[in-house]
Design a protein around this ligand. Structure first.
Ligand SMILES: [Zn+2]
Length: 91
């Protein structure tokens, strides 16, 4: 188990494409950040690409930090942001 990796659940409702992900403010000390359905999602979009996501749509992301303690600080940083539904250490 890599306690230096965290998973984020990002609320997409009303945003378009990867807008919500791009607007996320990252923690200063991240090593890597990845976004996409490989990290969980609410499923395929039922609307045309380019149209805003529907209420309830979400997408997962993974952020890698240099150490488990920094990961804990990063979780606190991410959960404060309105688009972040959940942030937890990856299991
Ligand atoms: Zn969508």
């Amino acid at each position: 188990m890599a306690a230096n990796r965290i998973r984020l659940k990002i609320d997409l409702s009303g945003s378009t494409g990867e807008e919500a992900w791009r607007a996320l403010r990252h923690y200063d000390e991240i090593d890597e950040a990845h976004y996409g359905p490989a990290f969980g999602s609410s499923g395929e979009c039922g609307h045309p690409a380019g149209q805003p996501h529907a209420p309830g749509e979400w997408m997962g992301a993974q952020v890698e930090l240099p150490s488990p303690i920094i990961a804990q600080y990063a979780i606190r940083h991410y959960v404060k942001q309105p688009r972040v539904l959940d942030a937890e250490v990856e299991e």
